[in-house]
Ligand binder design. Sequence first.
Ligand code: SF4
Length: 976
Amino acid sequence: MTNKIKNMGYKKPSFIENIAEKIGIIPNLHKEKYQEFDGDMRQFSDEEVASMYENFPPPEKWDNWVEYNPKVWPKKEKTTYQIVPTTCFNCESACGLTAFIDKETQEVKKFEGNPHHPGSRGRNCAKGPATINQITDPDRILYPLKRKGKRGEGEWERISWDEALDTIAARIRKAIKEDRRNEIAYHVGRPGHEKFMNWVLQGWGIDGHNSHTNICSSGARFGYNIWYGYDRPSPDHAEAKFILLVSAHLESGHYFNPHAQRIIEGKMKGAKLATMDPRLSNTASMSDYWLPSYPGTEAAVLLAMALIILEEGLYNREYLENWVNWQEYLKAKGVEIKFENYISEMIKEYKEFTPEYAEEESGVKAEMIVEIAHKIGEAGERFASHNWRAAGASNLGGWAVARCLHFLTVLTGAVGAKGGTSPNSWNKFSPTQPNPPAPQKVWNELHFPKEYPLAFFEMSQLLPHFLKEGRGFMDVYFSRVFNPIWTYPDGFTWMEMFMREDKFGLHTALTPTWNETAFYADFVLPMGLASERHDINSYATHGGTWVAFRQPVLREAARRNGNPVEFTYEANPGEVWEEDEFWIELSWRIDPDGSMGIRKTFESPYRPGEKITIDEYYQYIFERVDGLTEAANADGITGDFAALEYMKKYGAYEIEQGESYKMNERSVSKEKLKGAVTDPVNGVIRKDGKDIGVMVNGKAVVGFPTPSRKNEFYSQTMVDWKWPEYATPTYIKSHIHNDVLDKSKGEYVLVPTFRLPTLIHSRSGNAKWLVEISNRNPIWMHPDDAAKWGFKTGDLVKMNTDIGYFIDKVWVTQSMKPGVVACSHHIGRWRRPQDKIGNRWATNTVNIESDGNGSWKMNTMSGIKPFESKDKDSKRIFWKDGGVHQNITHAVHPDPISGMHTWHQRVRIEKPAPGENYGDIFVDTNKSHEIYKEWLAMARPAPGPNGERRPLWFKRAFTPDKTEGGCYYITDDKKE
Ligand code: SF4
């Protein structure tokens, strides 16, 4: 190892750091050799890490922990706490939290991290501890509510859980009995309870799951999936030598804290970080390389890097030869099947992607592209990368960005390698549930319509348009921690449909907080926050696997204190319930005597015929986790519910610590190989009609879940499903490519896909600390653009979209790429005068008017104001500006392949006319319906081969029955 490499990233300690490290005030970050890559790269030993948490209360003291109140120092006022672990609910990462419960009052006083959680390791972002704001928010919903008067009028009355359950159950029972199963749907915003809803909805026999994923991540998912059958990456940042992020993961993107801490760990060990983002995000500012690419051109840059790696021989020949379906590619091209030909054909295929071309497209300097390509090549298997939302979620063809990024991972052989990028399922636990129901035998075309056979998730953004044009009816509709009127594009079309009882029969909003969608529901049912509910979590945060337990902490404290409750709402504030019990109760009421075949799913696995309890559900799962019962026993926890008790005590369990690399190379067991047949052409091993592995170098290994069991550089699936032009990784020009914008008319691209790191989609509105930190969303504009328009910071700007406009303020900043503007989402929350309370820390009061013919206006009547409440801080609110709701002015733009809503907007920038004010919004929903039809016309509908609705090897949320001739096939119009 050269000294240069040895010292990569090493910074000499300052005099003060030296002293502070020596006397132990700060950890010693400058130990000899810690910068080295080879050998054990960890900076600290397990013991050293453990010692850093010495100040955290040890678990044996969690039932009796004494702290002194720092606010009254030097007076000694002590509080005795019970500490109960749970997990954060404020993003998907599910970091560990510990609730500090005052023993005397049984009130939760604060949340801290949980050092026993292997993903977050005791650390949280600001949103974790802010859970305390959410549970004490004076505006939170504490009891089940039913609307009074007409939908949307804003009047509510308190009802009992029994009334809500009986009403909803009767309606569902009727719909199922009348075989109107596709009229029941559950639409989820923030998921995070592994497989629970599969169990419920498939237990009812309906295809009723809808999700927010098509406005979030399905673009990137498609790009990864088409390569190797896994739809999410799990970068091993801490062990990487080079990290490339196509987005702002470090600060604000997905897996904010668990990834951020490991990216920093990797950097501290010498890894270099590059971030491709038109905005100088906090992540970009912490990077070694910032690539401010013009939005939508990322794939061109990535292909230029690929070409350099190919031309300069920096690729991993052995990996490509063994783990890519290159033979199929050459066969399709009619070229002799020789590995050398594969390399030369790829070089030919990508020859136009020179660094100069990529610079012309993206604006990223050619020299930087070359330098990064070299670094990636040098990193080899230790190349970690990630694209999740950002470019993958913003552009027509955005899925191609993730596909081209994974191309680099394949070229370097970093797929599944230590320090590389693994499929996320290798680092994720999947529960085994009691009484698993059979897959449903119906297909709901309101969720997966024929036009989008490859759509990776439900076409949820089009639901109101489908209803508008009479494709179906939602008799019983649940919105669950889901706020489409505010979060989705085209919110006024959602509002129009929600107002109509012939479109949405009974709308139940399951939500912990008031939101813009709940205002238009029939029932608003309060659901628990992080410390008020049960969930199982497991996410791919690093090269290891863990499972965590979100639990209602007051219920657990009551149990420990010898006062157990039957239902969680008995322990929670007001009558806030958790969903697990809600769904089990509802299911029993749908099928009270078991005659519909529904009840059996929800019966106890230990007490036949009786209703399953929450403890039984989780014990059943945890006792099947490898090593968990043994770990409990070793900790002195014994008995029938030992595994569950362990999880209640620690909140998380590490299933494996980082051996899950290269899992595609695992051997297929001799037992499995008995009776299997190997395809002589591609080496795929089949048994009982299923692919179980592939022959590689004479060995039977499991491979990847693709038709070739390898990385598919060449995709026959794309060819078979009518997209032959995208058979290989490609650059697709975005709908906002520079060629289609008319700069002379003031047309720009608006980047609306980033968030400020302290905010949650629409649930930070009830977290006062978070709103205090971030409460405005101005338009980011480079000084050159601002000068051209004559704007200065604070000036009003009118942003004309394809369906309307919004009026915002300008923020002039060099953090924005010239020629591009940006506006953060998560801000611009509102309520109407009749919505007397609801997230008052964050909501403007607005007036909404419609002409009844598709034209909608919204204007801000007043900003955020101090208010009287049981929280003294509500009188101290000093911020007034609640920002502007931009998403409601965006048209739907479904990518014709991945189904992803492509968020970037073409906007025409102008100065507002006299009389137009900050916060004014206008939308024409007739125009938005026309644009929906324009994008729909780009789709290439099913069926595919053999009448399939969707490639059989693609995963699908809540997969229906795949029996030939069943609902997975279009039987009546195969010849369309
Ligand atoms: S990253 Fe922050 S918001 Fe997300 S789970 Fe962790 S603490 Fe909560």
